[in-house]
Design a binder for this molecule. Sequence first.
Ligand code: BGC
Ligand code: CA
Length: 299
Amino acid sequence: MTIQLAKPTDKIELVVDKQVKLGEGACWDPDTQCLYWVDILGKSIHIYNPESGEDKAIGVGTMVGSLAVREAGGLITATTNGFATFDLDSHELNHIAHPETHLPGNRFNDGKCDPAGRFLAGTMAFEETQGAGSLYSLGSDHQVTTLLEDVTISNGLGWSPDHKTFYYNDSPTRQVLAFNYDLETGQISHGRVIITIPETMGYPDGMTTDEAGTLWIALWSGGVVGRWSPDGTLLQTIALPAYNVTCPIFGGPHLNHLYITTARKGMAEKQLEQYPKAGGLFRLKLDGVKGMPSFKFKG
Ligand code: BGC
Ligand code: CA
């Protein structure tokens, strides 16, 4: 398969200049044409409206690692205290399941809905203790299944366009894994390494896929989003005016606008001077690419 290079139609735009601590968890809502994202350490959910240019931050009082839109309305979130629905009118969190009540040193991190409407999200220790985290799948019946254990910083999830492959990053391993994905049962199998990120490029963080089947991976400590084909070929890199790049997602009416969250966490004073806009939300409009949609939670 020949993969067309995506052409930027303009420069990287800083669409939300907020310098948050740990921007993450971006998710596109096709119905409202808005982007949801989070500041994990700032304990807030953000709603960015590209049409008005407004970004509304909602303090939720607890760390939200990731979220997705619910078919029933509102959001599903992965918080420090497990899975919770979030009401966009009352701003109330309603906790529904917590697989790690016995692990108070952990919090939820990256998550995303699968094409069947389950919500997958993983955990990590606040101290980033090796192997303390797991990856879970929350069904529409609110039952939780453990998919992986012995994970350190659970990150980057994505699916191939035929929904048969699931991609996953445990950041410190520098490896991008592929699994066979059974959409009917939600089970994963046959894990294999498809990409090893070179040391000079940093660590794989959030990730998204496009209709051509390529992977767009945010690189923490790398200052870029890299685009790889599933055979491990690096196709393109997009440099950002931020060092810790955390989560890319496609949005816009044609799913060809790449939104990218960034962080200030983990940066030295000198680096913050070098990257004063770190923590902002960025966008790159592209030609010749169409992202996979952000799937909704069916529960
Ligand atoms: C986590 C951060 C972590 C970073 C490093 C992010 O997804 O939320 O806490 O430092 O990954 O890989
Ligand atoms: Ca992340």
